[in-house]
Design a protein around this ligand. Structure first.
Ligand SMILES: NC(=O)c1ccc[n+]([C@@H]2O[C@H](COP(=O)([O-])OP(=O)(O)OC[C@H]3O[C@@H](n4cnc5c(N)ncnc54)[C@H](OP(=O)(O)O)[C@@H]3O)[C@@H](O)[C@H]2O)c1
Length: 293
């Protein structure tokens, strides 16, 4: 099987590369899956003709995994057209290319498609109502994908992603904790942290399932995060505790931390069991990353 992965420089792209390399060594993979990882240089999603040109000038893929996205939540408020191009219009084109090639498409979306007004974990069928440009463009991407590919696609909504790679909350908090004696962290936004390696493993489980390869199924949305819920403030406290960093953390409210984009207050999602595999609790995954902590 030929598998294309976009967003190779991102957190999920790099995590997928890591778990695929590890599983090839562990399982003595015979190389029947051939992965092509592409970044902005090889496949720039900000330009329609690039996308068409890429698919016209490469061999057909059996699966496309779209890990690329415009993820700068605040900057998206200033660049709504670019965010829309990458998170929505490029997804439309990827879906059209997948249809032409008869390939399957796995696309990643976000908890920010919800408005955060709920007090219970969101399910896949709960009403969406994004409150910032990033969330709106990601929802538009989901909708266009479902329209163009009523079958053969999977949308995985995830949340609060961190990893050893790129920039993320865990790395920022560790850096600040080493630099400062005291920091303020928002305590009234609740969500579920997700270790990108866990999500990458879930994706690998999906594509390695024989039924997935061989059967045509209706397009479906899954929610996948680590289990459990926490505020950014409590998450930061836990990171310092594990890393044995002595730094005072003060809880502050969202109204005291003004950002360009509004953030939903509560975005915990009820986690779907993908191929009956239970997601890790967030704390178990965080403790597991010795290289970070
Ligand atoms: N990070 C989170 O907390 C979070 C939360 C919920 C959902 N998600 C979703 O999870 C998925 C993976 O996120 P992530 O954390 O891995 O994001 P990330 O680290 O920001 O990676 C996104 C990748 O997309 C690439 N990209 C951006 N614009 C591009 C363009 N014009 N052409 C080609 N590639 C482009 C970036 O390339 P460069 O490296 O060249 O910039 C980057 O490598 C995304 O769909 C995201 O919306 C993330």
């Amino acid at each position: 099987m030929k598998i294309l992965v976009t967003g190779k420089e991102g957190q999920l792209g790099q995590s997928l590369h890591k778990v695929i390399s590890a599983s090839a060594k562990i399982d003595n993979d015979d190389g029947s899956n051939e992965f092509t990882f592409v970044g902005r240089k090889e496949l720039d999603l900000s330009n329609d003709s690039n996308i068409n040109h890429y698919f016209n000038s490469n061999n057909k893929f059996d699966i496309i995994i779209n890990c690329a996205a415009y993820t700068a939540v605040d900057k998206a408020e200033e660049e709504p057209e670019l965010a829309n191009q990458i998170n929505h219009l490029a997804v439309k084109q990827l879906a059209e290319a997948a249809n032409r090639q008869k390939s399957k498409l796995i696309h990643i979306s976000t908890d920010y498609v919800f408005d955060g007004e709920s007090s219970n974990p969101y399910t896949e069928v709960d009403e969406t109502n994004p409150i910032n440009v990033y969330g709106k463009t990601k929802l538009a991407g989901e909708e266009t994908l479902q329209e163009i590919m009523p079958t053969n696609a999977i949308i995985i909504r995830t949340s609060w992603v961190y990893s050893e790679y790129s920039n993320n909350f865990v790395k920022t908090i560790l850096r600040l904790g080493k630099e400062k004696d005291e920091i303020n962290v928002v305590s009234d936004q609740i969500g579920s942290p997700t270790y990108a390696t866990d999500l990458a493993e879930a994706i690998l489980t999906i594509i390695n399932n024989k039924d997935y390869k061989n059967k045509e199924r209706p397009t479906k949305i899954y929610h996948y995060s680590n289990e459990g819920e926490i505020s950014w403030y409590d998450f930061a406290k836990e990171i310092f505790k594990l890393a044995r960093i002595e730094c005072q953390i003060n809880p502050i409210s969202s109204s005291e931390y003004i950002t360009k984009a509004k953030r939903p207050v509560y975005t915990v999602m009820r986690v779907s069991k993908i191929n009956n595999i239970q997601s890790n609790n967030w704390k178990k995954s965080l403790i597991g990353i010795q290289s970070l902590i």
